[in-house]
Ligand binder design. Structure first.
Ligand code: ADP
Ligand code: ASP
Ligand code: MG
Length: 400
């Protein structure tokens, strides 16, 4: 079997942890498998490098940020290769470029366009463990690019797809996918299986245990993902195509703390105004999530929407430029988004109503709502984040 292992920041967070990853890789290799390992930077490293850059500039060039941030993963890849070689396991470390990963030109958030696996394949054929620095590739101009935060998961899935690996095992500090973040709700239950669609929703709605783009790609390439712990030998959770017709009603609760709300007051109620505002926001690459517009009174209306906290200042600047069309604006970065996810919702009424009632019973005010076929998301005050997660977790009996 050919198996891709991916080790996240905590799993390679110290030299001791890298040594124990080397043990695990050695074991998997000795079981007769071909192993490709994708590594993250040691935990905290990417943040530290970002702070270094901010010492010199608030707006560092994205190309140079990619040069800088990609170095963290190279360090881990080389150290793991050295550790394995010392144990007598033949291993070779590669950058993203050496592994054949070509991306588009969007520095700091690049998309993988193609992978030429021939270099990895010839090293595997020689019996070597191939270790690839995650989170990075190269663009057509030959510059290093990175894939967005959490992007080593994406590297691992893309490599597994290109090599037609039997599985892509993602190792972190939790032993699988739980019904909600076990750090927030200790009663959360581990799942043996979760469908790509549900996992994609959970990841997109804030469960950072897997990067959402990696799940999307795994579904597309039919890569079997397994979430496992690098600290134990527990079974883990398989992420794959839903086969059972009896889908569970609600599979999990996600929390996204990185939300901010903008309320634009007394917006001139005329055709085209929403188009103008949201086109401007999109032109600035601002990720608008939920939008609500109130019924108009006296020819004006209130318009509310959410953006990632890191883009609140940018959003404010965009809205200020509409000053003659609006009465004013309120900003609130102390909100969060809690979401209920489950494919069974498609065929069942009342899931959203149960969420609203449960939060009401705890006196938690819901500030915004959005729904899709398989999720209900609610914006609430940040101070209620954990209570809201636990309340929703119990109302759907996920702890049973
Ligand atoms: P890595 O650094 O290895 O990439 P992450 O920190 O990105 O690992 O992801 C693991 C963390 O994800 C866990 O420590 C856990 O707190 C969090 N998490 C959030 N939601 C879930 C969930 N539904 N199931 C499991 N872990 C979750
Ligand atoms: N080191 C990068 C990050 O922290 C990529 C990753 O760990 O997946 O986002
Ligand atoms: Mg991660």
């Amino acid at each position: 079997m050919l198996i891709v292992h991916k080790y996240g920041g905590t799993s390679v967070g110290s030299l001791e942890r890298i040594a124990s990853v080397a043990d695990r890789v050695e074991r998997a290799k000795k079981e007769g498998n071909d192993i490709v390992v994708v590594v993250s930077a040691m935990s905290g490293e990417t943040n530290k490098l970002t702070e270094y850059a901010q010492h010199f500039s608030n707006t560092p060039a994205k190309r140079e940020m990619d040069m800088l941030l990609s170095s963290g993963e190279r360090v881990t890849a080389a150290l793991l290769a050295i550790a394995l070689q010392e144990k007598g396991v033949d291993a070779v470390a590669m950058t993203g470029r050496q592994a054949g990963i070509v991306t588009d030109n969007s520095h700091t958030y690049a998309r993988i366009e193609s992978i030429d696996p021939s270099h990895m394949e010839s090293e595997i054929a020689e019996g070597k463990v191939v270790i690839v620095a995650g989170f990075q590739g190269i663009n057509s101009a030959g510059s290093v690019t990175t894939l967005g935060r959490g992007g080593s998961d994406l590297s691992a899935v893309a490599i597994a797809g290109a090599l037609k690996a039997d599985a892509c095992e993602i190792y972190s500090d939790v032993d699988g996918i739980y019904t909600t973040d076990p750090r927030i709700e200790p009663k959360a239950k581990k799942m043996d299986f979760i469908s790509y669609d549900e996992m994609l929703e959970l990841a997109s709605l804030g469960a950072k245990v897997l990067q959402n783009r990696s799940v999307e790609l795994a579904k597309k390439l039919k890569v079997k993902m397994v979430a496992k712990s690098s600290f134990s030998d527990a079974e883990g959770t398989v992420i794959g195509e839903e086969e059972s017709m009896e889908a569970v009603l609600v599979s999990g609760i996600a929390l996204d703390r990185n939300q901010a709300r903008v309320t634009v007051r007394e917006v001139a109620d005329r055709p085209g105004i929403a188009a103008e505002i949201f086109t401007k926001l999109a032109d600035e690459q601002i990720n608008v999530d939920m939008i609500i517009q109130n019924a108009s009174t006296d020819g004006t209306t209130n318009l509310g929407f959410t953006v990632p906290q890191s883009q609140l200042n940018q959003a404010q600047a965009v809205i200020e430029a509409f000053d003659h069309d609006i009465g004013g604006m309120d900003l609130d970065d102390s909100v969060c988004k809690v979401s209920v996810v489950g494919v069974g919702m498609k065929s069942h009424a009342g899931v959203a109503a149960a969420a609203f009632s449960a939060l009401a019973a705890e006196n938690i005010n819901i500030e915004m709502i959005s729904t899709s076929e398989i999720k209900v998301s609610m914006i609430v005050a940040e101070k209620y984040a954990e209570l809201a997660v636990r309340t929703l977790h119990s109302v759907y009996n996920l702890d049973k």
